[in-house]
Design a protein around this ligand. Structure first.
Ligand SMILES: NC(=O)C1=CN([C@@H]2O[C@H](COP(=O)(O)OP(=O)(O)OC[C@H]3O[C@@H](n4cnc5c(N)ncnc54)[C@H](OP(=O)(O)O)[C@@H]3O)[C@@H](O)[C@H]2O)C=CC1
Ligand SMILES: O=C(O)CCC(=O)C(=O)O
Ligand SMILES: [Mg+2]
Length: 744
C-alpha cells in the first residue's frame, strides 16, 4: 500500500462549512491516522482564491499556490479522492467585500476595477473574473452527478419530520415566465459530425463582421446549441409582471442563478432592477453614471455608492427609492428585519435554494412588513420555470407534502465537462447593436448556428460532450437497477437541445441491460407532475436530468423531503476513475455564520460531510487496496445511522447541541463501532480506550461545548478568519481535545 494512493484531499471553503471543518477535521485526522491514510487540505475558499491569483502584489509569506488549479488537474487522474465542501460562488459585492477584508489584514491587493481605465486595470479585472461566480465546481466536476438521500437519512426524516407550511386552495402564488423572446423559444441545436474548430462572430446591420470568440474546439458527436434572450422582450415582461403583481395583490419576487450563470443572469437581474426602480434610474441617470452604479449588482449597489454624495443628494435619492415602494407591488424580502429586498444583491436569490424554501413555507415569501404573503415567482425563461409551477399546482390542490409519508427523488445529473448552460460563460455575449450572431465552422466556413439579434440581446452558446452523455445514461441505468427505482429522463422533445439529447439517450440505452427497468422520457413539467404524484403516494422516482435541473432538483426535493439539502449524499464518479465527494447539495449558509458571530452557536448540520467521508473512505479502500479504510467506512456508516437514530443533529437554539456537539456524538459512536468490530483487531484495540473515555466523559464534554455558547464571537474575519482563533472557537472542549490527541 503506497502512501500516495491513500490520500484524501479535504477542501477548505467558506462560511459555515469552513467553521464546521475546524471542529470535524481534527476528528477525521485522528481517526484515520493509524490506517495509513493521509488527509490533506487544500484551500479553495473565495479569499484563498483571491490571494492565489495575485502573487505579485503580496509578500513571500502571504502567497499561496493555486490549489483549485491543482485539484482540477488531480480530478482528471484515477487517484483523485477529493471531499469538496460547499463554497461561496461570489457575486461582485461579495468579491469586493473579500478584497476589502484582505486589504485591511495587510494584503496589498488591487481594488476591483468596475470600469477599467487602462490596460493594467483591464488585466486586474480579468484576473478577478477568474474567482467570480461559480468558479470552483465546474473545475472539479470531471464526472456526472449522483445525489440521493441514503435510506437512514430518509428514515430519520420520516421519524422526525420537519415543519411544512400548510397550503391554501386559494393561494394566489404562481410562477411568471415569458411566452416569447426567451432562450427556450430561440434555441437551435445540432450534433457535431467530426471534430473541428468553430468561431463565433457578429455581423452588424451593414455587414461588417467582428469575431466574438476566435476558437471553440468541437469534439466529434458533441451537442452544441445557441439561444438568445431578447432584451426588449424581457424588459416588457418585467414591466407587465410588476404591474400585474400589484393588481393580483402578491409579492413580487425574482429567482435567478446569477452565480452559476455568471454572465447572463446578472444582466437579466439588472434589467429587473432597472424596471422596478425605473423612476429612480431615470431621474438620477447622470449621477448614477458618474458614480458607476451597476444595476446588475442589485439595488444594494445604489445604496453602497450614494454614500459618496453630499448628504442632501443622498437623502433625495433615498427618498426617491422609498417612494418607489408606494407605487410598485411589495417586494419579497431576503431579510425583512434589515430591509434587504430580493433585488438587493443577485447572489441572495439563488433559485435552487430560494424557490424550494418558499414552496416549503406555504408557497409564500416574506414581505416588507415581515409577514408571509402569496407571491409571484418570476422566472423569466421557460426552459425550467414550468417545473416550479407544477409544484405550486400540486401543493395548491393536494396541500403540502407530508415528510413522514412522501417518496424520495434521487437525481442522476449530466454535469461532466462543463455540460450545457453551466459551461456557457465564455460563449455568452451581449449584442452591441442589431445584427446576426453566428457560429461558423473554422475549417469549412459553414455556418452551423445563426441568430438575429438586437442591441442588448443576450446570446449564449452551450456544449455537451458525447462521452459524458454516454456516462450519464449508464449511471442512470446503474442507479435505477441498484435501487430498483423507476427513472425518468426530464427532456423536452419540443426544445432544440433536448431533442438532440433524446436521440442520444435512445441510441445509448440499448447498450445496457435494461430488462425489467422502468425508464421513460418526459418533458420537465410533465416529468415533474408525474414525480410529484408518485412522491405524494410514497413512491420513489429517480430524476435523470441535465445540469441545470440537477442543480434545481437536488435542492427542491431534499428541502421538501428532508428540510435541507445538506443531508444528501452527493457523489461525482469522476470519468477517469477518481472520486469527488461533495457534501450535501446546498450552499455555505451565510445565515449560520451570522448566528455564530452573534451567539457562538453554529447550527450547520455536517451530515453531508459524514456521508461524503464514508463514501470517500470506501473508494479509497478499493483504489488503494486498504482494508482498514473499508473498516473505517463501514463503522462510520454505522455511527452515522446511530447519530440519526439518537437525534444528535445540531439544534437551532443557543446553548443546545450545535455543530460541535454533533461532531462529538459522531466521534463517540464511530469509536464505539470501531472498538466493537471484528474485522481489524488493531483498530478495535486502538479505539477501545477512546470509546470508553468518550462515553465516560460525555456529560462533561457536552457541557463544555454548550456552555461555551451564548457570547458573541470574533474570529478576526468573515471571508478570511484567523485560523487559530477559528480553531480555538470551534474546539472549546479540552476534555474532547485531550482524548483525540491520544490517537495521534
Ligand atoms: N456546492 C456548492 O459549493 C454550493 C455553493 N453555494 C453557495 O452558497 C452560498 C449561499 O447560498 P444559498 O442559496 O443561501 O443556499 P444555502 O444552501 O447556503 O442556504 C439555504 C438555507 O439552507 C439551510 N442549510 C444549508 N446548509 C445547511 C446545513 N449544512 N445545515 C443546516 N441547514 C442548512 C439553511 O437554512 P436555515 O437558515 O433555515 O437554517 C440555509 O440558510 C452562495 O454563495 C452560493 O453560491 C450554493 C449551493 C451549492
Ligand atoms: O457552484 C455553485 O455556485 C453552486 C452549485 C450548486 O448549487 C449545486 O451544484 O447544486
Ligand atoms: Mg444547487
Amino acid at each position: 500500500m503506497s502512501k500516495d494512493t491513500s490520500k484524501i484531499i479535504y477542501t477548505i471553503t467558506d462560511e459555515a462549512p469552513a467553521l464546521a471543518t475546524q471542529s470535524l477535521l481534527p476528528i477525521i485526522k485522528a481517526y484515520t491516522a493509524s490506517s495509513g491514510i493521509d488527509v490533506e487540505t487544500r484551500d479553495i475558499s473565495l479569499a484563498g482564491r483571491v490571494i492565489a491569483n495575485f502573487p505579485k502584489y503580496l509578500s513571500e509569506e502571504q502567497r499561496i499556490g493555486d490549489a483549485l488549479a491543482e485539484l482540477g488537474d488531480l480530478a482528471k487522474t484515477p487517484e483523485a479522492n477529493i471531499i469538496k465542501l460547499p463554497n461561496i460562488s461570489a457575486s461582485i459585492p461579495q468579491l469586493q467585500a473579500t478584497i476589502k477584508e484582505l486589504q485591511a489584514q495587510g494584503y496589498n491587493l488591487p481594488d476591483y476595477p468596475e470600469e477599467p481605465q487602462n490596460e493594467a486595470e483591464e488585466s486586474i479585472k480579468l484576473t478577478y473574473a477568474k474567482v467570480l461566480g461559480s468558479a470552483v465546481n465546474p473545475v472539479l466536476r470531471e464526472g456526472n452527478s449522483d445525489r440521493r438521500a441514503p435510506g437512514s437519512v430518509k428514515q430519520y426524516a420520516k421519524n422526525n419530520p420537519h415543519s411544512m407550511g400548510a397550503w391554501s386552495k386559494d393561494s394566489k402564488s404562481h410562477v411568471a415566465n415569458m411566452s416569447e423572446g426567451d432562450f427556450y423559444g430561440s434555441e437551435k441545436s445540432m450534433t457535431v459530425d467530426g471534430a473541428t474548430d468553430m468561431r463565433i462572430e457578429f455581423v452588424d446591420a451593414t455587414g461588417n463582421v467582428s469575431v466574438l470568440k476566435e476558437r471553440v474546439a468541437l469534439e466529434d458527436k458533441e451537442v452544441i446549441d445557441a439561444s438568445v434572450m431578447s432584451k426588449k422582450s424581457v424588459v416588457e415582461f418585467f414591466e407587465q409582471e410588476i404591474e400585474k403583481a400589484k393588481e393580483e395583490d402578491v409579492l413580487f419576487s425574482l429567482h435567478m442563478k446569477a452565480t452559476m450563470m455568471k454572465v447572463s443572469d446578472p444582466i437579466i437581474f439588472g434589467h429587473c432592477v432597472k424596471v422596478y426602480y425605473k423612476t429612480v434610474f431615470e431621474k438620477h441617470a447622470v449621477v448614477f453614471d458618474q458614480l458607476g452604479v451597476d444595476a446588475n449588482n442589485g439595488i444594494g449597489d445604489v445604496y453602497a455608492k450614494i454614500g459618496r454624495l453630499p448628504s442632501e443628494k443622498q437623502a433625495e435619492i433615498e427618498a426617491d427609492l422609498q417612494a418607489v415602494y408606494e407605487t410598485r407591488p411589495p417586494m419579497a424580502m431576503v431579510d425583512s428585519d434589515r430591509g434587504i429586498t430580493n433585488l438587493h444583491v443577485p447572489s441572495d436569490i439563488i433559485i435552487d435554494a430560494s424557490m424550494p424554501a418558499a414552496l416549503r413555507a406555504s408557497g409564500q415569501m416574506w414581505g416588507p412588513d415581515g409577514k408571509q404573503k402569496d407571491t409571484k415567482f418570476t422566472i423569466p425563461d421557460r426552459n425550467y420555470a414550468g417545473v416550479f409551477q407544477a409544484v405550486v399546482d400540486y401543493c395548491r390542490e393536494n396541500g403540502a407534502f407530508n415528510p413522514t409519508t412522501m417518496g424520495t427523488v434521487p437525481n442522476v445529473g449530466l454535469m461532466a465537462k462543463k455540460a450545457e448552460e453551466y459551461g456557457s460563460h465564455d460563449k455568452t455575449f451581449t449584442a452591441q447593436s442589431d445584427g446576426i450572431i453566428r457560429s461558423v465552422n473554422a475549417a469549412t466556413g459553414e455556418v452551423l448556428l445563426s441568430h438575429d439579434v438586437c442591441e442588448g440581446d443576450i446570446f449564449r452558446m452551450c456544449q455537451t460532450k458525447d462521452a459524458p452523455i454516454q456516462d450519464w445514461v449508464k449511471l442512470a441505468v446503474t442507479r435505477s437497477r441498484l435501487s430498483n427505482t423507476p427513472a425518468i429522463f426530464w427532456l423536452d422533445e419540443n426544445r432544440a437541445h433536448d431533442a438532440e439529447i433524446i436521440k442520444k439517450v435512445n441510441q445509448y440505452l440499448p447498450e445496457h441491460d435494461t430488462t425489467g427497468l422502468d425508464l421513460s422520457i418526459l418533458a420537465p413539467t410533465e416529468a415533474c407532475k408525474k414525480t410529484l404524484v408518485r412522491c405524494g403516494n410514497g413512491e420513489d422516482t429517480i430524476s435523470v436530468t441535465g445540469n441545470v435541473l440537477r442543480d434545481y432538483n437536488t435542492d427542491l426535493f431534499p428541502i421538501l423531503e428532508l428540510g435541507t439539502s445538506a443531508k444528501m449524499l452527493s457523489i461525482v464518479p469522476l470519468m477517469n476513475g477518481g472520486g469527488l465527494f461533495e457534501t450535501g447539495a446546498g450552499g455555505s449558509a451565510p445565515k449560520h455564520v451570522q448566528q455564530f458571530e452573534k451567539e457562538n452557536h453554529l447550527r450547520w448540520d455536517s451530515l453531508g460531510e459524514f456521508l461524503a467521508l464514508a463514501a470517500s473512505l470506501e473508494h479509497l479502500a478499493n483504489f488503494a487496496n486498504n482494508p482498514k479504510a473499508q473498516v473505517l467506512a463501514d463503522t462510520l456508516d454505522a455511527a452515522t445511522a446511530k447519530f440519526l437514530q439518537e437525534n444528535k443533529s445540531p439544534s437551532r437554539k443557543v446553548n443546545e447541541l450545535d455543530n460541535r456537539g454533533s461532531h462529538f456524538y459522531l466521534s463517540m459512536y464511530w469509536a464505539e463501532a470501531l472498538a466493537s468490530q471484528d474485522k481489524d483487531a488493531e483498530l478495535a484495540q486502538a479505539f477501545g480506550p477512546v470509546a470508553q473515555a468518550l462515553t465516560k466523559q460525555e456529560e462533561k464534554i457536552v457541557a463544555e461545548l454548550n456552555d461555551a455558547q451564548g457570547v458573541s464571537m470574533d474570529i478576526g474575519g468573515y471571508y478570511f478568519p484567523e485560523q487559530e482563533a477559528a480553531a480555538k472557537a470551534m474546539r472549546p472542549s479540552e476534555t474532547l481535545n485531550t482524548i483525540l490527541a491520544t490517537l495521534l
